[in-house]
Design a protein around this ligand. Structure first.
Ligand code: COA
Length: 196
């Protein structure tokens, strides 16, 4: 395949028919099921993981079960797709990443990883795979990310993946009882095509 030619995108209905499992060098990106609730709970029970997130730190496994169910419903409704990030060696869930679909050509990317696995390149690996899938299979034109200004790890990760900073949306987010300014970054298909 020529480096700039992309396979034809599937129709949106075809994309959402079966959950699309992806495999990278070290990871399996797969649907999370209710049996993953203990692992998901562990991730979201860590204040360092939820610090810059629009979710509360989990205090009960029920919250993890609810989150897994909610992800499945949003996939069925074609509103979002959230992959569980599993280690290849034991299929254990160590994080998640995915898209909230904004419209036919735009989606917002989101992600989190268990603290034990930070700074090993795992999220770069996972996001590279879902970005390629998003442009090639979902036929996205624009992937955007909204990040709290203090979240240096997330901003560094996005910039490494060639996302461009567009500015600050003032008091755009509301969670944990207050408004938050959010940095907006984006990656366009035409820019992505230039570095693959
Ligand atoms: C943001 C997060 C997903 C990064 O995952 P990760 O697997 O550690 O990231 P990677 O190892 O792929 O690193 C990507 C780049 O970001 C940099 N980076 C990662 N964590 C960093 C940190 N804490 N401080 C500074 N830079 C950091 C890395 O150095 C790397 O750049 P480099 O290769 O040039 O050194 C992880 O810190 C996390 O889960 N945070 C909590 C949840 C969260 O904030 N989600 C995003 C909400 S918008």
């Amino acid at each position: 395949m020529d480096k700039f030619s992309l396979p034809s995108a599937m129709s949106i209905n075809a994309v959402f028919q079966n959950f699309p499992q992806l495999t990278t060098e070290n990871l399996i990106l797969r649907e999370t099921t209710i049996t993953d609730a203990p692992a998901v709970f562990q991730i979201f029970a860590d204040h360092e993981v939820t610090k810059y997130h629009d979710v509360e730190t989990a205090i009960s496994i029920k919250q993890a079960q609810f989150l897994i169910q909610r992800r499945a419903e949003r996939f069925q409704n074609q509103e979002a797709i959230r992959w569980g990030i599993a280690r290849k060696e034991d299929n254990a869930i160590i994080g998640s990443c995915g898209y909230s679909i904004r419209n036919r050509f735009q989606a917002e990317i989101g992600y989190e990883l268990a603290r034990d696995h930070w700074r090993k390149g795992f999220m770069t690996e996972a996001l590279s795979a879902i970005i390629q899938w998003g442009f090639e299979q979902l036929d996205l034109n624009r992937i955007e990310a909204l990040v709290m200004l203090e979240n240096n790890a997330s901003i560094k990760l996005l910039k490494k993946l060639q996302f461009a900073e567009e500015g600050v949306l003032r008091e755009y987010g509301f969670w944990k009882g207050r408004f938050h300014d959010l940095k907006i970054l984006s990656l366009l298909k035409k820019d992505y095509s230039q570095f693959i």
